[in-house]
Ligand binder design. Structure first.
Ligand SMILES: NC(=O)c1ccc[n+]([C@@H]2O[C@H](COP(=O)([O-])OP(=O)(O)OC[C@H]3O[C@@H](n4cnc5c(N)ncnc54)[C@H](OP(=O)(O)O)[C@@H]3O)[C@@H](O)[C@H]2O)c1
Length: 317
């Protein structure tokens, strides 16, 4: 029976991956922080350990021979110290804990932040990286660390850059209904998206059939502008379309929230990392996951994906 070890198993994508793998007969274990989410997963037969990836001693002895390891700890928002702690220090600690375990694969899941402002051309795995945010720089440092471990000792690292992960349970419709979600600068920029269930399929394929050292873009077939995506979702869910905040105002707000965040030691609602990601132009190709890994998507575009989201959870997604 194939076996998985998922860092971030209690999170949105990590828990979906756990359910996907259990459904395919895998033995699944994972690391998370939230006890209540862990309880839910344990009813599926998944073993969850509460540990902090920032504390190396809490990860000792985790790996087993032939484990497929998935690293889904991180966030597109949050304080820069936290971004580094989970996005770089945690990766370094996980790799150290697993170095001699004889694992089968290590799949690092990251964002499009490595591509910075993005491009007017279609982005592929061959597109040069040019980060314009701390999140992008941290993600490339983590990748570099694992590439060094691959070169030195054959650590089987693969790199997934995922588009915006969406699906049931994100409460996006709620955010639209309550006017908590706004676009920045009109939302004309392209985003590439991936339904959370399709992401689980892609990650499984990367673990089973991917090549160490390779980058794979996990996106669907059809990039869509932020404005078109949210207008379509609002229309289908019968809620108001989001308004738009000018970029200059958003940048001014980041300065204010940054100060608030420092004072409270909390997370700013809109920081530089999130601003860079949601204003980037990421029209990405999924040709490599289709041709090399044979991935078939259940939700090839946001149009099918939005229907699944409404059908699963009604207007209360
Ligand atoms: N959201 C997107 O659209 C998107 C797009 C591309 C890539 N990504 C990346 O994909 C990954 C998964 O995203 P997601 O949306 O599923 O994130 P999420 O729901 O916030 O899940 C993050 C997971 O990491 C765990 N975690 C956080 N800090 C930890 C720590 N110090 N030690 C151990 N575990 C810790 C969380 O545990 P608890 O929940 O128990 O606290 C949770 O299981 C992230 O790396 C994210 O950057 C996200």
């Amino acid at each position: 029976m194939p076996q998985a070890l998922i860092f971030g198993i209690t999170g949105y994508a990590g828990s979906a991956l756990a359910r996907h793998l259990v459904g395919r007969g895998w033995s699944v274990r994972g690391i998370g922080r939230s006890e209540s989410a862990a309880d839910d997963l344990e009813t599926l037969g998944v073993e969850v350990e509460i540990a902090d990836v920032g504390e190396p001693e809490e990860l000792e002895g985790l790996g087993r021979p032939d484990d497929h390891v998935f690293y889904l700890v991180g966030s597109i928002s949050g304080h820069p110290d936290w971004t580094k702690r989970v996005g770089l220090d945690g990766v370094v600690n996980a790799a150290a804990a697993l170095a001699d375990a004889g694992i089968a694969s290590f799949v690092l899941v990251q964002t499009m932040a490595a591509y910075g402002r993005g491009s007017d051309e279609t982005i592929t795995e061959a597109t040069p990286t040019q980060p314009n945010s701390q999140l992008g720089r941290v993600s490339l440092l983590a990748e570099e660390h694992l590439r060094d471990a691959l070169g030195a000792g054959g650590f089987p690292a693969r790199f997934v850059r995922a588009g915006t992960i969406y699906g049931p349970g994100r409460r996006t419709v709620d955010a639209l209904r309550n006017k908590r979600l706004r676009m920045l600068g009109g939302g004309e920029n392209l985003s590439s998206r991936i339904h959370v269930d399709d992401l689980a399929t892609v990650l499984t394929a990367v673990a089973e059939r991917g090549r160490s050292g390779e980058v794979y873009l996990a996106v669907d077939d059809q990039p869509v502008s932020m404005a078109d995506y949210f207008d379509h979702l609002a229309d289908r869910a019968h809620v108001p379309a989001p308004g738009s905040t000018p970029k200059w105002l958003a940048r001014a707000m980041i300065g204010g929230f940054g100060l608030t965040s420092k004072l409270t030691k909390g997370h700013a609602p809109l920081g530089h990392n999130l601003y860079a990601l949601v204003t980037g132009n990421y029209g990405c190709s999924n040709a490599k996951i289709r041709s090399e890994l044979g991935v078939e998507l259940v939700y090839p575009t946001y149009v099918e994906g939005v229907e699944s989201l409404l059908a699963d959870e009604g207007d209360d997604d």
